[in-house]
Ligand binder design. Structure first.
Ligand code: GLU
Length: 442
């Protein structure tokens, strides 16, 4: 194999020992952007050498999550299918006396164990990190570290290096937690005669309290699956991930993937930790949700409320769209009855505490509602109602009117409701509300 054109080749090597993590997705994005900027190739590699912890369902989740985010890969490999390659490399290292089989202390009596150790030449290693500059390690203290349990059971460092050499990886872009692995991997790489790639170690991701983002501490919100299932949009996640460790140096916060490919600069990634802010993710998501075609919102409401008149759904869809941060909030809002009054007459269960505006008396509200009703009956419009409302105080009129039309303490403004339910229904509701208000005289 050769890479004469010096084509950029990057790799995404998740271990399938858990659901696709936010941090992995961020690393994928940074690799992806860098590769696309350089007309390069992106290789996905399932690092399933840990037989006990690796699970096919995690690999599926990782692949599905990455596909949902919009990533495509030029190649896919699975380490468990490459055992022969690792064995060949181990045999070569042993033949060349760069590694050796080492008899280990028996852990239990009567048992003998062997491992394969790397013969560490010692000395200093300096490598170039595209974000952090030159980093030097003294490798002497690493000793003759273990690279395989046997010829068939390579450990992480050996497998990664064999893959990186054979897949001709030119740039290794990964989390900062791997900095300390780099000198070991460079030692193995040199022993195998590989060409050293360039490195970029991305900042780790922390919560607002400076705790590292982890499944153990933060639970399901570290998994991309959570966002997929909670009505987040892939474009929003991509946009958010780009800002986890990088920023454009301007106030701009909204970026499409194409725009990112144009302006992203790996070397300008920050060195210090990145902060994961779920509120920011939500607000970015809100931006993308608002761009959803209203017809899609109509479809979702239809699915959830098949019995509601299609004309009403058409009219409320824009109102729903204005109010949601995530698509799954459509269901939450409908289930909470937030739009029910559009197709069901409200009951005014808490009319006494709800309908009367601040310091008004129930009789004031009755009077205002009666006047509104008269205006409406005479065919009057919003302007006329507003003129009256301005003359006595907006809240005194608009608040009871809104409550009469919706029966809820929170709802769209009364004129919006009026326009959707119609004049006739509005008059009837105002009437019912007036009758529902208890007064001292009745
Ligand atoms: N399988 C390793 C991980 O998931 C990959 C590390 C690397 O990028 O070399 O952390």
């Amino acid at each position: 194999m050769s890479n004469p054109a010096n084509k950029v080749i990057v790799r995404i090597p998740p271990s399938p020992t858990g659901l696709l993590h936010i941090g992995t997705a961020r690393t994928v994005l940074f690799n992806y952007l860098f590769a696309k900027q350089n007309n390069g190739k992106v290789i996905l590699r399932s690092e399933d050498t840990d037989k006990e912890r690796s699970k096919p369902e995690y690999e599926d989740d990782i692949k599905q999550g990455l596909a949902w985010l919009g990533f495509t890969f030029d190649e896919f490999h699975r380490q468990s299918e490459r055992t022969a390659n690792y064995k060949r490399a181990l045999e070569r290292l042993i033949t060349e006396d760069k590694a050796y089989i080492s008899k280990e202390e028996a852990k239990e009596e009567g048992q003998r164990s062997e491992v394969i150790r790397f013969r560490n030449p010692g000395g200093k290693i300096t490598f170039t990190d595209m974000i952090r500059g030159d980093i030097t390690f003294d490798v002497t203290e690493l000793g003759d570290f273990v690279i395989a349990k046997s010829l068939e059971e390579p450990l992480y460092h050996l497998a990664v290096v064999v893959d990186d050499i054979e897949m001709e990886i030119t740039h290794i872009i990964r989390g900062e937690d791997h900095i300390s692995n780099t000198p070991r991997q460079i030692l193995i790489m040199e022993a195998l005669g590989g060409t050293r790639p360039l490195y970029a170690h991305l900042p780790l991701i922390f919560d607002a309290q400076k705790a590292k983002l982890s499944k153990r501490k933060h639970g399901e919100i570290v998994a991309i699956k959570y966002y997929r299932e909670h009505g987040y949009l892939p474009e929003a996640i991509i946009n958010f991930l780009a800002l986890l460790g990088w920023n454009p140096g301007t106030e701009q916060e909204i970026f499409s993937i194409d725009e990112l490919i144009k302006i992203f600069d790996i070397s300008k990634s920050q060195k210090g930790g990145a902060v994961f802010n779920p509120e920011k993710l939500k607000s970015i998501n809100r931006h993308y949700v608002r761009l959803t075609p209203v017809a899609e919102i109509e479809e979702k409401i239809k699915e959830l409320r098949p019995n509601v008149d299609v004309e009403i759904i058409k009219q409320i869809a824009p109102l729903v769209l204005e109010r949601i941060d995530t698509l799954s909030e459509i269901q939450t809002m409908l289930d909470a009855g937030e739009f029910e009054f559009f197709w069901q007459v409200p009951t005014y269960a808490e009319v006494e505490s709800q309908i009367v505006w601040k310091k008004d008396q129930p009789t004031d509200s009755i009077k205002h509602l009666q006047i509104v009703k008269e205006i409406v009956e005479k065919g009057g419009n919003k302007d006329e109602i507003m003129t009256y409302a301005e003359s006595v105080g907006r809240g005194s009129v608009l608040w009871p009117m809104r409550y009469a039309l919706s029966g809820r303490d929170k709802s769209p403004d009364p004129f919006t409701i009026f326009a959707i339910i119609g004049r006739h229904e509005s008059i009837s509701r105002i009437d019912s509300a007036i009758r529902a208000i208890p007064t001292s005289t009745n």
